[in-house]
Design a protein around this ligand. Structure first.
Ligand code: SF4
Ligand code: SF4
Length: 427
């Protein structure tokens, strides 16, 4: 328990926050798994150090400004949750702490501009597409762009695919085994629309009818990750209205680890809200499942062989492996593709540095983590690198290019795209 304050004064999520603090026994088992501790070597940049700092701020023993630089450098990757033998739910402390911190911050003009630009564009596909096109133009005058905005330009792909909106209904092929609603994913629709289409093809092949609710919005995870709880709740409310009655579907399926994790956070996000909405949020969150876990559970029919043998390296997205505990299922699906040899990557649980908007907010650490991840992947000499999160795919692709600018880099794609490629190779 926090010593000097009542959990009730911390708002509706106070119980979660105090439980996380109370459960930490300071053993330090989480330290070797924390990417920022491994990179910076500071106790205060470790999970144990950050819990200590947040506790002291909440008790009124430490100024917010003294703790925030360390809390800001946290990726929210939750590797510490996987490592913790005491079951500390670090995310349940970090997320509301970041939201409360916004009232105590003093941001400079450039920082405010960069943050506003990010939060006003990334979660909205039409705006993000327009901003990305402007960014591609601005890349030609990169040296004139203020330094804090350059990381945004560097992550943009050379070519932006054309918009390909998903149909509202895709019927199952053959007898219907399940009916799901799919989250289209905001940045993913712009950067890699094929992921959504591949998901529809594979799900239909597996006997699943797929609804794509027309009025759905960004899951809100990007906003929540950086403490903009009000924006996250507004987006979440729109999704609670847009998605069908839960009794009419078997699951809400996501193709991006960060979005899946964000939707599962709705239960905590609506705690303290009036009962009908809070209940819907809780039930909604319980229906959310990543596409790899869903297909593994449902059973995927036999897949045709890829035309030639390929070595595939699978990258664990933090918000799949650590936040949702999904590690085995994507590997099991990939092993079912004839002609695929799956390779394990050293330090598979380490974050690639993407982490929501982290690679925009903390570009130096993100770059270092990205290069480390790219080198680990390259060391396995894969033909193809797959992962289940658009943020990781973008970060890995740009880190691979930075690692070996002169040589061709392996193909980087979503897990579902590789399964779809096998399906397509039949025709
Ligand atoms: S492993 Fe868990 S209990 Fe131990 S220091 Fe880390 S968070 Fe605290
Ligand atoms: S969430 Fe990741 S970066 Fe943050 S303290 Fe835990 S392991 Fe370290």
């Amino acid at each position: 328990m926090l010593h000097h304050i009542d959990p009730d004064t911390l708002g509706p999520q106070g119980e979660h926050m105090t439980r996380a603090v109370k459960t930490c026994v300071h053993c330090g088992f989480c330290l070797p798994t924390c990417p920022t501790y491994k990179t910076l070597g500071e106790e205060m940049d470790s999970p144990r150090g950050r819990i200590f700092l947040m506790k002291n701020v909440l008790e009124g023993e430490l100024a917010w400004s003294d703790a925030l630089p360390y809390v800001d450098r946290c990726l929210g990757c939750l590797a510490c949750v996987t490592a913790c033998p005491s079951g500390v739910q670090y995310g349940e402390l970090l997320t509301p702490f970041r939201a409360q911190a916004e009232a105590h911050r003093h941001r400079g003009l450039i920082d405010r501009l960069r943050r506003t630009l990010t939060l006003a564009t990334l979660p909205y596909p039409a705006r993000f597409r327009m901003a990305a096109r402007l960014g591609q133009l601005a890349r030609h005058a990169r040296s004139l762009v203020p330094a804090p905005f350059r990381a945004m330009l560097d992550l943009l792909p050379a070519d932006l695919p054309a918009a390909r909106p998903l149909p509202e209904l895709t019927p199952a092929i053959g007898p219907r085994k399940a009916r799901v609603a799919l989250l289209a994913g905001c940045a993913q629709q712009v950067l890699a629309p094929n992921i959504g289409w591949a998901a529809l093809r594979v799900l239909a092949h597996a006997g699943v009818e797929v609804l794509v609710p027309r009025d759905q919005q960004c899951c809100g995870a990007l906003a929540l990750h950086v403490g903009e709880e009000a924006q996250a709740r507004t987006l979440a409310r729109a999704n609670l209205r847009a998605f069908p009655n839960l009794a009419d579907i078997d699951a809400i399926v996501t193709t991006a680890a960060g979005c899946g994790s964000g939707l599962r956070d709705y239960a905590q996000l609506f705690e303290g809200e009036p009962a009908p909405e809070a209940d819907r949020a809780k039930a909604f969150a319980a229906h959310v499942i990543d596409i790899a876990a869903f297909l593994d559970r449902l059973g995927l029919p036999d897949l045709p062989s890829l035309p030639a043998p390929v070595k595939v390296a699978y990258h664990d997205a933090c918000h799949l492996a650590h936040a949702q505990g999904v590690r085995v299922e994507p590997r099991a699906l990939l092993r079912r593709i004839p002609n695929v040899t799956l390779i394990e990557v050293p330090n598979a649980g380490d974050c690639c540095g993407s982490a929501g908007t982290y690679n925009l907010d903390q570009p130096d650490i993100a770059r270092e983590l990205g290069l480390r991840k790219a080198n680990a992947l390259i060391s396995t000499q894969p033909d193809i690198i797959v992962s289940g999160n658009i943020g990781c795919l973008t970060q890995i692709r740009s880190s691979l290019e930075a690692c070996s600018p002169a040589t061709p880099v392996p193909v980087v794609m979503h897990t579902i795209e590789l399964i779809d490629r096998a399906l397509q190779s039949k025709s």
